[in-house]
Design a binder for this molecule. Sequence first.
Ligand code: SF4
Length: 345
Amino acid sequence: MLRRENTREITVGGLKIGHQDKVVIQSMTNTKTKDVKATVAQIKKLEEVGCELIRVAVLDEDDAYAISEIKKEIGIPIVADIHFNADFAIKCIQNGVDKIRLNPGNIEDEAKIKEVVLLAKSRNVPIRIGINAGSLNKKYERSEVSMIESAKDHIRILEALDFHDICLSFKSSDPLETIRAYRLAADTFEYPLHLGVTEAGTLIDSTLKSSLALGNLLLEGIGDTIRISISDDPVKEVIIAKKLLKACGLYKAVPNLIACPTCGRIQYDMLPIVKEIEEYLYTVDKDIEVAIMGCAVNGPGEARGADIGIAGMKDSALLFKKGQIIKTIAAKDIVKTLKEEIDKF
Ligand code: SF4
């Protein structure tokens, strides 16, 4: 088992983050938060694929008031993302938010900060200080050292009020800068770290950059919660986060799908089957390996090695379970049979 940094544990609406707790997967909605119906619908989809903590943007009072309505409909804790306006933080806490993301150093009114922090403390609402390399205070030159110094400026404000329910993030759009910043943060702070590469781009770019940065950090034992930022449907963020944690050996109950790329030997319509089973597996929390293979040349080897596998033939396939051939299935029944076998596993 991977050795993990022993950070201070915080509790976000019953969810533990830090210490040796499992790495928590989070995402962020891209609906208007005040559109409660759309926001709840998106959060429910995210929950279904394994999102454990959801962040919403709070841009005005209506967004802050929407928190209590959204909370009634969802099963995971909610984080309000707030910039500059402390009044919104106060309203979100009053409306039952579980955590806020706020940089206290960005708020000029000290009395207001004190009010937010004391209210957060009385309601056990943690605060994430989110440092982004691209938006550091003007007094700093861009570097990972500056990111750490900037975090210290914000942390001092909270600690002076004896507030320690803190989570930190140090995101950059450059994966290597992200790695350097988090390594330094792990050496400097005891607070739990939320990992992410910011503005990571579209699906392919973000998957690559996030896997490089977060994968390295997670394997070093750094990181208590993660978000994969993608300019796309947030459901994909959660799916990739789960797969990354599985690949790092940190999550077990995530299915693995093996599929051949297909070639001229294929004699059934395999790719739509792979797509449908892939989507089905997103909602399955089992440590299961499923192989979908094209033909009798390389197919049986992989299909035999998986928990459930098929090797294609002409308009049909052989079904394998735990290495044994069970039966021949007609191509039209492959999806149904695989789903049944996955459910039974
Ligand atoms: S398993 Fe068969 S169909 Fe699939 S790539 Fe290999 S040889 Fe081609």
